[in-house]
Ligand binder design. Structure first.
Ligand SMILES: NC(=O)c1ccc[n+]([C@@H]2O[C@H](COP(=O)([O-])OP(=O)(O)OC[C@H]3O[C@@H](n4cnc5c(N)ncnc54)[C@H](OP(=O)(O)O)[C@@H]3O)[C@@H](O)[C@H]2O)c1
Length: 323
């Protein structure tokens, strides 16, 4: 495993992290969740990503049971707040009340005294930035969190958030969590360059486009049984964002390129995300131990220039807005 520094901050994260959306505490029972975490840990993965809202707390609860077996200082645990956790007016968003209460609820579910990072899962235009930044600083000073971060925040908002933090003597954003893959290159336009300037790390999600870039979804065929795309419980995003014949065809080209390099399409797709110095880690989702073993190979894969050029032709970045 390789480790990268989280932006300008001192902590080091494995370049492959283990996520828990739709998997741990949902598709995976306790035995499978344990096996998944063990496989990841044995491969050197020290970074675990979760959120209060993943299966309405069930992912954190399962991680709480499983992670008790590990030394706390060997793990970097990130959780998130923002998405609805109830139907009341203060059961969502980034106001001080909800962030404070959900931080404590997450700690209880995770059975931990602190989380390494608490992340704003999305922006909340109804709450002043200063209120959220101050709450993160207060939680840090209380020893409940070590760093805070943002997910899917536009570049300008991260800059504003850091400016507010500086003004009030609070710590700034540690890491951002954007969607990023060959099939979704939007962060390259302004999010990555801004994070580079601000010293904010990036832990990217859906680097395999929910499995589309593994090559298992073939042109002209339905999703194989047991896969994320096959079940209506888990396929909303893959169907909405990636499910086209064109993408299935392009994913077969990734299979061919990976075969020529003696690697797998999943490892090639994740290593491609890691070519960006602004990317600290790629968070993987996995339903099988074999997927973790496959995906972790990305950490040691250098992609030759001719293959990078071919990927550029097949998966061009979208035009930068305003240019
Ligand atoms: N911040 C946010 O808003 C946000 C949003 C989404 C996710 N995340 C985080 O990022 C993590 C990863 O996101 P994601 O699940 O969308 O990632 P992904 O890596 O694009 O998709 C993961 C899924 O693809 C399939 N897969 C993975 N490796 C494979 C392999 N080697 N071969 C074949 N199939 C494979 C598995 O599904 P099947 O086996 O079921 O087909 C797996 O659950 C999540 O767990 C979560 O922690 C964050």
């Amino acid at each position: 495993m390789q480790y990268r520094q989280m932006g300008k901050w001192g902590v080091k994260l494995s370049v492959v992290g283990l996520g828990s959306y739709l998997t741990i505490g949902m598709k995976l029972d306790e035995k499978q969740s344990r096996a998944t975490v063990k496989a990841a840990f044995d491969l050197g993965i020290n970074f675990i990503d979760t959120a209060n809202a993943y299966n309405t707390g069930a992912a954190e609860t399962m991680l709480g049971k499983v992670l008790k077996d590990y030394k706390r200082s060997d793990l970097f645990v990130l959780t998130k707040v923002f998405a609805p956790m109830g139907s009341g007016p203060n059961d969502q968003g980034l106001c001080a009340k909800h962030v404070y209460e959900q931080c404590h609820a997450s700690l209880e579910r995770l059975q931990m005294d602190y989380v390494d990072l608490l992340m704003c899962h999305r922006p909340d235009p109804s709450t002043p930035l200063e209120e959220t930044v101050r709450t993160m600083e207060d939680l840090s000073r209380q020893g409940k969190i070590l760093y805070w971060g943002t997910s899917e925040w536009p570049a300008e908002l991260m800059v504003k958030g850091n400016a507010v933090a500086k003004e009030i003597g609070a710590r700034g954003i540690g890491v951002n969590e954007p969607r990023y893959s060959m099939l979704y290159r939007h962060p390259e336009a302004s999010v990555f360059p801004t994070c580079g300037q601000e010293g904010i790390g990036n832990v990217i999600f859906s680097g395999l486009a929910h499995g589309m870039l593994t090559g298992k979804y073939k042109p002209g065929e339905e999703a194989p049984d047991g896969t994320r795309a096959a079940s209506d419980d888990t396929n909303a995003v893959i169907k909405a964002l990636y499910w086209t014949e064109e993408n299935k065809k392009r994913s077969q080209e990734v299979v061919t390129m990976a075969g020529d390099l003696g690697t797998t399409p999943a490892a090639l797709s994740l290593a491609w995300c890691l070519r960006k110095p602004e990317v600290t880690s790629t968070i993987i989702g996995a339903t099988k131990v074999s997927q973790i073993e496959d995906n972790a190979q990305a950490a040691d894969l250098d992609i030759p220039q001719d293959v990078l050029d071919r990927i550029e032709e097949l998966f061009p970045a979208p035009p930068v807005p305003g240019l």
